[in-house]
Design a protein around this ligand. Structure first.
Ligand SMILES: O=C(O)CCC(=O)C(=O)O
Length: 306
């Protein structure tokens, strides 16, 4: 690992230590979900916030996304094996994972206390830790190539003991239906047999909808339309994906997964193959040698009420 990368990784812990108290100003406190909002989230599995992020912050992230795409990074991820779009790649859906380990502007976004505080309420926990993040963009003018298939995020988090993990969907501009927004399947977080749906990279929309309808489920699709500064959260068991980008601009969002304080590592096998999370080999190990999902350098606390 180069010194630059090591320092950047460890600075997650340093920045967090400097935060010390997790604080919201009065205006931000008004933006926290109400009791009705929490009931809505429990019933439906998703929740849209008011404008919680400043336009300046989003504009800086937009610029950071351009920098990442041009190969201008603050650090390189020290191990191979994650998706990391670069010029020349042909995929019309650009997927760059672990962006907080590549660019400091994304790291600042991950540490925003308002995101952690809202997540804490939705997960009913006193501690929220970063788990992973990615930049997902969809090229314009690429018919039939920019759908994201129906999937559940818990399918990709099988090494987690908790079933409370949450995803924050954070667009870098206003998002209209034409631009290929997130689409959630209302209330599907309560359905059974959805924990192995790894369809992100496949156009499985018609097939999956047919299967669930045959089982008598309603399959109610809700596109999440947002203004710049608003974000949406969804439960890790909620089925979701997204439509084509039919607009003339590139659709860009940061997707951030967070873990509740109780979450720990567990070993997981799928069809005889052991499953690993990409960050397992970067984080510190517990006394028993297994990955430690409380490592502050890799999985920093972004909100604490302790
Ligand atoms: O941004 C998209 O199109 C899909 C995002 C997604 O799958 C997620 O937020 O978990």
């Amino acid at each position: 690992m180069t010194n630059k990368t090591l320092n950047l990784l460890l600075s997650f812990a340093n920045e967090n230590r400097q935060l010390k108290k997790f604080h919201l100003n009065e205006k931000q406190q008004q933006l926290l979900p109400s009791v009705e909002d929490l009931k809505f989230f429990q019933e439906h599995g998703w929740f849209v916030t008011p404008k919680i992020l400043a336009e300046d912050l989003i504009d800086a992230l937009f610029i950071a996304s351009e920098e990442l795409y041009s190969g201008n990074k603050d650090a390189e991820i020290p191990i191979a094996g994650c998706r990391n779009w670069q010029p020349g790649d042909r995929s019309a859906v650009r997927n760059n994972e672990y962006i907080s380990f590549q660019n400091l502007a994304f790291r600042q976004l991950s540490l925003q206390p308002i995101i952690g505080a809202i997540a804490a309420r939705l997960m009913n926990t006193d501690t929220v830790r970063y788990f992973q993040d990615q930049l997902v963009s969809k090229e314009p003018n690429q018919p039939n190539t920019t759908k994201v298939g129906w999937h559940t995020d818990c399918s990709y988090h099988s090494n987690c003991t908790s079933n409370k993990l949450l995803t924050a969907w954070i667009p870098l501009h206003d998002v209209t239906e034409e631009q290929g927004p997130l689409v959630v399947i209302d209330r599907s977080h309560k359905w059974s047999k959805t924990d192995q749906m790894r369809g992100f990279n496949y156009d499985n929309h018609a097939e999956i909808e047919r299967e669930f309808k045959q089982q008598g489920q309603e399959f109610h699709k809700i596109p999440i339309i947002l203004k710049k500064g608003q974000i949406s959260f969804h439960h890790s068991s909620l089925i979701h994906g997204s439509y084509e980008n039919r607009s003339k601009i590139m659709r860009r969002v940061v997707v951030m997964n967070v873990q509740d304080g109780e979450n720990r590592y567990q070993t997981f096998w799928n069809n005889g193959k052991q499953i690993h999370h990409f960050l397992d080999s970067l984080c510190r190990k517990q006394a028993n040698g297994l990955p430690d999902y409380t490592d502050p350098a890799i999985f920093p606390i972004i909100w604490s009420e302790k």
